[in-house]
Design a protein around this ligand. Structure first.
Ligand SMILES: C[S@@+](CC[C@H](N)C(=O)[O-])C[C@H]1O[C@@H](n2cnc3c(N)ncnc32)[C@H](O)[C@@H]1O
Length: 230
């Protein structure tokens, strides 16, 4: 490493808006199988509609109702588990919503290859429920979260919901201390029915929480100019 590289890296690190040391390595991820960019990401006119992403859409309950209620927004809803995705895709076909794009893929690889910097208005991550003994699987603990923030527009939001109190406590701490984001933590209303998991937990009288994180103006990541090459 030359002196110049060291100086450049130091400058880069000091201008970052967050405290995450370990960098995500998008160049190591190959495109998902049968990958193709949805036409709305290629069509400049369609891009005037805000683009929302849902990660881990399950059987699509939230995605279908959100897209029906917001015809002026595009929703890309990503689910990697085949049987859940197939149930979702079947409903999506029946409802034929022009602004809903169901995607069967791992969200990390798909977002790396499909989404431009600062192009997303909002990201929903609803009841991700990773294995509880594996904190590396929590979204705000992952280096990928920096990449996800780089894809958000300034003022854009990430909405995370969970019924696991320890997950929410850690997410709030990571959002504030590592990612330096303004946050709002609030309880989910007991009559909310956004997703299948939310309905199940609230029916058992379990508490559910939601965390809304906003990307401030001028927020800088290491991926603000990074686009996948083919
Ligand atoms: C507990 S389920 C919740 C599903 C739905 N959001 C709900 O609340 O009913 C979590 C879902 O996230 C999906 N998932 C987890 N990691 C993912 C990833 N990297 N890409 C796409 N889907 C993912 C899983 O397959 C699973 O269906």
């Amino acid at each position: 490493m030359t002196d110049e590289t060291v100086t450049f890296e130091k400058m880069n690190e000091t201008s970052l808006s967050h405290q995450q040391q370990r960098a995500f390595q998008p160049e190591k991820l190959s495109a998902p199988r049968d990958f193709s960019k949805p036409s709305m990401l290629l069509n400049k006119d369609a891009n005037s509609m805000p683009i929302i992403i849902e990660i881990g859409a399950g059987k699509g309950k939230h995605a279908l109702s959100f897209a029906a209620a917001h015809p002026n927004k595009h929703l890309i809803a990503i689910e990697r588990t085949r049987n859940k995705f197939e149930a979702f895709a079947k409903q999506a076909e029946l409802q034929n919503l022009a602004n809903l794009i169901p995607v069967h893929a791992d969200a990390i690889a798909w977002i790396v290859h499909a989404i431009k910097p600062k192009s997303i208005a909002k990201v929903y991550i609803l009841y991700p429920n990773p294995e509880q003994h594996n904190p590396n699987q929590q979204w705000l603990n992952m280096p990928f979260f920096e990449f996800l923030l780089s894809r958000l527009q300034e003022g854009g939001e990430v909405v995370l919901a969970t019924n696991i109190e320890a997950y929410m406590d850690n997410a709030v701490q990571q959002a504030k201390i590592v990612w330096q984001l303004p946050t709002l933590r609030q309880p989910v209303a007991s009559d909310s029915q956004r997703t299948h998991f939310e309905v199940k937990y609230l029916a058992r009288n379990e508490a559910c929480w939601e965390l809304i994180m906003q990307k401030p103006e001028g927020y800088q990541t290491r991926f603000d100019n990074w686009v996948a090459s083919f």
